[in-house]
Design a protein around this ligand. Structure first.
Ligand code: HEC
Length: 108
């Protein structure tokens, strides 16, 4: 009987310490702009450095051309910025737009 309690206590201790460890690790870190760029297939139409397909403009120095805010607006809906835009409106969350805009603004 005492043995059973001891085992139960040990199991509880292990369980609560793992829960604590998970809580400390917290939510997964937000995706970086580079990760979103790859995941969303931006490389399918753009180049940065040596990578990508040059269907759309090269983005290696896009950060020296546009402000982060403009880039975020462009990503939310290209046609709103330029009615003649050929770039499709992509399904991006607001977090992805922010991460991408920061990543692009750093390409100088
Ligand atoms: C189907 C092809 C295609 C895809 C996919 C695409 N783009 Fe574009 N993008 C274009 C084209 C074409 C342009 C040139 C402007 C226009 O005519 O729309 C452009 C323009 C841009 C510009 C403005 C560049 C400049 O110098 O004016 C940025 C920034 C940009 N794209 C970022 C992205 C990002 C980030 C993604 C991924 C989320 C992406 N694009 C996905 C085709 C694409």
């Amino acid at each position: 009987m005492t043995r059973r309690i001891a085992v139960a206590a040990a199991v509880l201790a292990v369980a609560s310490s793992t829960t604590l460890a998970c809580a400390r690790a917290g939510a997964p870190p937000p995706e970086t702009g580079r990760e979103v760029f790859v995941k969303q297939g931006c490389y399918g139409c753009h180049t940065i450095g040596k990578f990508g397909t040059p269907i759309g403009p090269d983005l290696s120095r896009v950060g020296s051309k546009y402000e982060e805010e403009y880039l975020a607006r462009w990503l939310r809906d290209p046609a709103l910025q330029r009615p003649t835009a050929h770039m499709p409106k992509l399904e991006l969350t607001e977090e992805e737009v922010r991460a991408l805009a920061a990543f692009l603004a750093a390409q100088r």
